[in-house]
Design a protein around this ligand. Structure first.
Ligand code: SF4
Ligand code: SF4
Length: 447
């Protein structure tokens, strides 16, 4: 081993590395272990490998790298663990170790990583440019033509699968749908900022618009900065620690935490990362204090609405309740927990409460609602077999409830379940809870 090489796992606080007491209580909650029953594919097995590297007993080999990327990073093990093991931190450092060591390096992999992580997601103008090309491909009929012509069958199977997963690009992005300042409806109680996300913006800009509307109806003046950056969760979860730090600094500059009562995110995966800038920038003298304040200001939208409702400070004192929205057509809805909202942020009750508060919605339990759907960031692109297995399991449970609507609060989960429903020809509406809320408010207004 190169003695000069920086080791993320060796440098990690040893109290985090040695916390696991090998009890195995996390094993039944781990989707990869559940599928293979191989110890190495379990949280306990992975932590043992990480510790062996931290102790200098193991090199970060290709097999280690593959194991770390076979892990979904869903954090179900963290919820189950009675010892309080911080798997999120271990996981991020383990993947950074893999990248630092070059254990998985190959020209193809390097090219894709450089293109996605270092180019596309470091400047969202580039991402929007690519999204516009994709939109033209979809709107001008090229996609339909290609699909109908059968030409795609000439391409490798994986490419065909990827093409089938292409998300529909919205006709207008967040910056065109949401004003820079959305005034509060009624008395202004709060001043909040809205993060519109990276992929969320071109694919689910309507969810961002609905979020701004719901916030405004609850006494918030909503500032949606025109210049926004990716939150960096994609980078942190894929071993690009330095880029994640750079993006954290940019976010703090674009959303000065001193100026807002809350900085709102509606994406579970982003929120889980956004709340830990303090740790990410702990060694940065210029930013660490602001990063700590930032962590306190970041709120998932359901969490924030729950807080202001509990304080009785919703719009005109109404909060969000069954009496404040009206709907005539009952519909059966299930709620799927995004992993990083429920395991990463422990937010499970608030979205359900909000959904139950919408008259006309019958919220029924979804079996295994917090079991990963297989999206897991870009896992469905890098590990299609396991992701497909998890998606089929999720769709099976949704079908068993007879639900017409699935609500979930993360763009990756939305896309994954939309694709799963489409593959099975299931007439299922898959939406963010904010969309259901905004629609209910509009119906109330027009009643
Ligand atoms: S993060 Fe998820 S897939 Fe990875 S070890 Fe934990 S439970 Fe298993
Ligand atoms: S991670 Fe926690 S639950 Fe899993 S084996 Fe270790 S101590 Fe037990």
């Amino acid at each position: 081993m190169n003695a000069a090489r920086h080791s993320h796992l060796k440098d990690l606080d040893y109290s985090v590395v040695q916390q696991c007491m090998h009890c195995g209580l996390c094993l039944p909650t781990c989707p990869t272990y559940d599928s293979t029953k191989v110890e190495r594919n379990s949280p306990r097995g992975r932590i043992a490998l990480m510790r062996a590297i931290a102790d200098g007993q193991l090199e970060p080999t290709q097999a280690f790298g593959e194991e770390m990327y076979f892990c979904l990073g869903c954090l179900a093990c963290q919820t189950a663990c009675p010892a309080g093991v911080n798997y999120a931190e271990l996981f991020e450092h383990a993947r950074a170790e893999v990248e630092q060591s070059g254990a998985l390096k190959s020209p193809r992999r390097n090219f894709i990583r450089n293109l996605a992580l270092k180019w596309l997601f470091m400047d969202l103008r580039r991402l929007r440019f690519v999204a516009r090309l994709l939109r033209a491909y979809q709107r001008w009929g090229l996609q339909t033509l290609l699909r109908r012509s059968g030409i795609l069958k000439l391409f490798p199977r994986r490419l065909q699968e990827l093409e089938a997963m292409t998300p529909e690009i919205q006709s207008r992005f967040s910056g065109e749908l949401i004003p820079h300042v959305t005034p509060a409806i009624g008395d202004k109680k709060f001043r909040v900022a809205l993060l519109t996300g990276c992929a969320q913006d071109p694919i689910f800009s309507d969810v961002n618009r609905d979020t701004a509307e719901v916030l405004a109806r609850n006494g918030c003046e909503v500032i949606t900065p025109r210049a926004q950056s990716c939150c960096g969760s994609l980078h942190a979860h894929n071993g690009e620690w330095g880029l994640a730090q750079e993006l954290a600094r940019r976010n703090i500059e674009q959303f000065p935490p001193e100026e807002f009562d809350a900085i709102i995110t509606n994406a579970g995966g982003c929120g889980s990362h956004l709340k830990h800038f303090g740790k990410l920038l702990a060694d940065d003298v210029a930013y660490r204090q602001r990063a700590t304040l930032w962590d306190r200001r970041v709120k998932d939208v359901h969490e924030w609405l729950g807080e202001i409702r509990a304080e009785g400070r919703g719009a005109r004192g109404e909060g969000i309740s069954a009496s404040s929205v009206r709907d005539a057509s009952p519909v059966t809805v299930v709620y799927h927990d995004s992993c990083h909202l429920c395991h990463g942020q422990k937010i499970t009750a608030q979205p359900r409460e909000l959904l139950r508060g919408i008259p006309g919605i019958r919220l029924v339990d979804l079996p295994e609602s917090s079991w990963c759907c297989g999206s897991a960031g870009i896992y469905n692109l890098t590990q299609p077999e396991m992701a497909g297995e998890l998606l089929r399991r999720k769709i099976g449970h949704i079908k068993s409830t007879g639900a017409q609507v699935v609500a979930t609060a993360n763009p990756g989960c939305l896309l994954q379940i939309i694709n799963g429903a489409r593959a099975e020809g299931l007439p299922l509406r898959v939406v963010h809870p904010m969309t259901l809320l905004a629609e209910a408010y509009r119906r109330r207004d027009s009643a």
